[in-house]
Each structure stands twice: as C-alpha cells, then as structure tokens.
Design a protein around this ligand. Structure first.
Ligand code: B12
Ligand code: SF4
Length: 474
C-alpha cells in the first residue's frame, strides 16, 4: 500500500481571528500530527509512506496533482483545521479527479468535531475523530485486507458511510485517543524537509516543534480542548526526542503543548535532566501563570528556555472570570516580573472582543500591557469556535441565527465570515482596534531597537523587516 499524507496549501483560509497581514510572515511550522501518523505507520507496517507539506514546499493547489501522480498513492490522508477546511476539501477533490480509486481520509481538529458532516462531501471516503495514529493504521490495514465497510465501521474513531446510513451523528462517533503516549514512536523529522522550518519569533533560522503532553484539564470557554484528558510522556521519552532533534543539527525547539507547566514536578524533572545531560539548545513553551513559580522559571531558564507564551487574554478581572480563565491579574504581574528578573522573554496573548468587553475593558487591557511590558504580544479577535462553550453561548443568546459552523462544514466557502462576539463591537471595529494595538506595541523605537540588538543573521533581519512592513501597511 502507498500512503500519501498531505498538509494542504493554505490558500483559502477563513481567518480574521488574528489579522492575516500580521500572520503572513510568521514562518513555517511542521505538521506534527502528520509526522506522528507517518512515523507510526512506518514502524508498524511495510507501507510506503510519504508526507507532503504544501506550505513549506510552496506547492499550490495547481501544482498538487503533479506531486500526487508522481507518488501514485492508494490512500491519501489529509489534515484539516476548521480555518483551512476549504483547502482540505480542494485537496480531496484533486485526488478524486486524478483517480476515483484512491481512498481519501480526512483527520485533524476539524473532523474531530464534525466526523459525520465531513462525509457529506462526496470526495471524502472516511474521516477520523480524535488522535489518528492507531485508527488510521487500523483503517489502512483493513483496506489492504479488503475488510467490508461494515467491518471498518467498528474501528474506534472512524466515521464511514455505513454509519451515516445507520443514522450515526457527529457526537455519536466514538473519540479515539492514545492512552499511553509512550506507545508512540518518536516522530521521524526526516520525513519532512526539516531544515526549512522557522518562525519570526525564533532565534535560529531553523527550528523543530515538539509536543510532550496532550489534552488540557482547564475549561476556558473559548477553547475546544477544555476538560480533555491530560496525558504526558516521561522525562526519558522527552529527552530521547530532544536528542534526536539535536542530532539533526537543530538548536531550537518550540514546545507546542497546550500548557507545558500543568504538572510542576514534571517540569522540574525535565529541566534537571536537560541540565544533567548538558543538552544545549534554546526552547520556548506555552504556559499558564497559575502553574508557574519562581523556582520552576529559574530551572527552565537554566535549561535553555528563552521565551514563554502566557495566555493572559484580558487586563480586566471580570472579563477573565467570564472567560473562565481561572487566573488573576496579580498572578500575571508576578510571573511577568519573574520572567524579567530571569531574563526570559515573555509573550502575552490577549483577546479583543470578549463577552462583557466594552471600550473601558479594552482600555484596561491596554493599560495592563503598558504596565506588564512583555517582550512580545499577540492580540486576537475573539472567535466563538465550534465545539466551545463560547459558541454555544453565542447560539443561546441568538448572536448567530443558525449553527453557522455546521453550515460552513457542510459547504465551506472562502467568503465565510467566522462569528464574532458582537455584544458591543462590529467586526470592523474589532479589526480596527486590534490593528491599532499591534502598531502601538510593535512600531515603537524601544521595541525596534531591542529587536535590532538581538538579530543574529541576515535571514532573520529580512524576515523581521518584512513582518514590520506588513504591519505598517495594515
Ligand atoms: C501548532 C499549532 C498551530 C500552528 C500550525 C502549524 C502547523 N503546521 O501545525 C499555527 C501557529 C500556525 C496555528 C495557528 C492557528 N491555530 Co493552531 N494550534 C496549534 C497547536 C498548538 C498544536 C498542533 C499540533 O501540532 N498538535 C499535536 C499533534 C500531534 O496533534 P494534531 O495536529 O491535532 O494531530 C492529531 C489529530 O488531529 C489527528 N490528525 C491530524 N491530521 C490528520 C490527518 C489524517 C489523515 C488523520 C487520519 C488524522 C489526523 O491525528 C494526529 C495525531 O494524533 C494546536 C493545539 C494542540 N495542542 O493540538 C492548535 C490548534 C490546532 N489551533 C487552533 C486554532 C483555532 C488556530 C487558529 C485558527 C487561531 C488560534 N487561536 O491560534 C490559528 C490559525 C492561523 C490564522 N491565520 O489565524 C485550534 C484548532 C481548532 C479547529 N477546530 O480547527 C487548536 C486545536 C487549538 C485550540 N484548542 O483552539 N496553530
Ligand atoms: S485555552 Fe489553554 S488552558 Fe484554556 S482550556 Fe484551552 S488549552 Fe487549556
């Protein structure tokens, strides 16, 4: 069997969540989900497996047929996030245009919410709800053995037309989740053009990404991870993975765990092991302020952590409460102060247009940013995303008149405008405010001077200048 995994060319993104012109120079991050799938298949089968990351290799929808025909796959797996669903569906159409005999399977965060709805698209044969390693392996093995669709329907996490005919709904399909993350082989980064990945935020011109935990025990109302079972890998496993990355000559790692520091003891253990083994690399992580303490941050710094992103979301305590964020402004202040003392770069993520937010609360956020002085900020417009409590609230309060995300999933179009929380502001007003906040933070002599001091290469200089030009023109 020949299996081709495709991360679609993102050409038709429905996105106003962060401003598109500001995202453009963000860089390229590897599609880690597909790497996990491919590595698992390679370890446990003799299938021929290939990944195409269309974005990093600049393969457009027009170019894609050539790349698919070259590999002549039996099965094509496609990744889908909601914001690039149009592109995922376009890839499925391209595959079926080449040959109707190629089986198409779509997985990822979007089909995890809408596994059955996805099958309304005639170009998609199967979809996966949840973490795909085992389910996809079982599906492809069953296809090879010629198992019937009814038989395939008993594989956990797979939506089939057989199930649709029986009246199964999106919520009925059983979620597949890997209970023991250490049963997964360490992703083989050489399956991707690993030297090409970088970020506007990185120190090096080449980075890798890792995920050491899955799930998140918190319940923020705007997030679809809420309450999902938290699982982690041991320090040994993580260290092995770090070493395989360092052996490829990469010296910077972005940890993409939802919340890296949930388990304090684990963070301490990990950092001590990095120090013991004298592994030298820069890294960054996404963390919660209420899970951080001074000693944890000190150890992280000593172990090479150069930047931490914290979800701060608002400078107003009532708004934080409405978002069910579970943090206080005092905790935020304390942790950002510690980061300054320890010279760890801090990135504060804020959301604009939250429930209950008027210009007064936004002003509180602006004042808070000025007081906090993070090294970087990210402002995103609040988007009630599917399968979040915020979206359910949006429907309940009749802020949207129908289930717009379900409609979008049925027939995605690039013209779709994702919903906003329109209690006090229009979409236009929120975009205007967000642009202003970005400019006020980044286009200051103080910020520009600091960034210039940190530059290490001509490539980094060019990336940052381009990002700045985009911002000026926004
Ligand atoms: C890294 C990341 C990004 C990167 C993407 C780069 C890349 N090439 O992957 C960047 C920074 C660009 C990004 C952007 C956004 N992201 Co993001 N991102 C993530 C993050 C933190 C990690 C993704 C990851 O690597 N996970 C680890 C791997 C192992 O999991 P996975 O990718 O889900 O893959 C598994 C399954 O989904 C499935 N699977 C995936 N693909 C396929 C394909 C097949 C064929 C099969 C069978 C299975 C399968 O199996 C995989 C293995 O178990 C996740 C949160 C998370 N912890 O997952 C959010 C997440 C994916 N992002 C999300 C969102 C909403 C966004 C944004 C829209 C806004 C935002 N708030 O950040 C923006 C969009 C950009 C824009 N212009 O506005 C949501 C997606 C929700 C959805 N319904 O699609 C998530 C889940 C976070 C959240 N809870 O809100 N993101
Ligand atoms: S926003 Fe972060 S902390 Fe909150 S539920 Fe989602 S992943 Fe967890």
């Amino acid at each position: 069997m020949r299996i081709l995994l495709i991360y679609p060319p993102i050409e038709n993104e429905v996105s106003h969540i962060s401003l598109q012109e500001i995202d453009e120079e963000r860089g390229f991050l590897p599609p880690l989900g597909l790497l996990y799938l491919a590595t698992y298949l390679k370890k446990y089968s003799n299938f021929d497996v290939k990944i195409i990351d269309c974005n990093v290799d600049a393969i457009s929808h027009l170019d894609l047929p050539g790349s698919i025909i070259d590999f002549h796959p039996d099965v094509v797996g496609i990744s889908s996030m909601t914001h690039f669903l149009v592109d995922a569906y376009k890839v499925a159409a391209t595959v079926k245009n080449i040959s109707n005999k190629i089986i198409t399977v779509v997985g990822g965060p979007h089909t995890t919410i809408y596994p059955v709805t996805t099958l309304e698209n005639p170009n998609i044969d199967y979809s996966i709800k949840g973490e795909g390693e085992l389910a996809f392996f079982e599906l492809v093995s069953a296809l090879q053995k010629g198992v019937t669709e009814e038989g395939i329907s008993s594989i956990k996490g797979i939506a089939t037309r057989f199930l649709v005919r029986k009246g199964t709904t999106d919520t009925d399909v059983e979620l597949t989740r890997i209970p023991d993350l250490e049963a997964l082989p360490i992703p083989d980064r050489t399956l991707l053009p690993y030297r090409k990945y970088y970020s506007v935020l990185s120190h090096s011109t080449n980075i890798a990404t890792m995920i050491t935990t899955r799930g998140c025990p918190y319940r923020c109302i705007y997030c679809d991870r809420m309450g999902k079972k938290f699982r982690s890998t041991s320090a040994d496993y993580v260290l092995n993975e770090i070493e395989t990355i360092l052996n490829l000559g990469i010296r910077e790692i972005f940890f993409h765990d939802d919340t890296f520091n949930v388990d304090k003891k684990r963070v301490v253990d990990l950092c001590e092991r990095i120090l013991d083994k004298k592994l030298r690399f820069k890294w960054d992580a996404r963390a919660r302020v209420d899970c951080a303490d001074y000693n944890q941050l000190l150890l992280m710094k000593r172990a090479g952590c150069s930047r931490i992103s914290f979800g701060v979301e608002s400078g107003n305590q009532d708004v934080l409460k409405k978002l069910r964020k579970g943090i206080t402004l005092q905790q935020v202040e304390k942790v950002f102060q510690w980061c300054k003392e320890l010279q760890i770069n801090s990135l504060a993520d804020f959301m604009i247009g939250s429930p209950g937010e008027t210009m007064k609360e936004i002003q509180d956020t602006i004042s808070f940013v000025k007081e906090l002085k993070p090294n970087y900020v990210q402002f995103s417009i609040v988007c009630p995303y599917p399968d979040t409590d915020l979206y359910r609230l949006c429907i309940k309060n009749k802020m949207v008149l129908e289930d717009v995300w379900l409609n979008f999933s049925r027939s995605p179009s690039v013209d779709f405008e994702p919903p906003i929380w329109n209690e006090h502001f229009s979409r236009y007003e929120l975009e205007k405010i967000t642009r202003r906040l970005f400019k006020e933070f980044y286009l200051t002599p103080h910020f520009i001077f600091n960034e210039l001091k940190k530059l290490r290469s001509l490539k980094e200089f060019k990336i940052k200048v381009k990002a700045a030009i985009n911002l000026i023109h926004s």
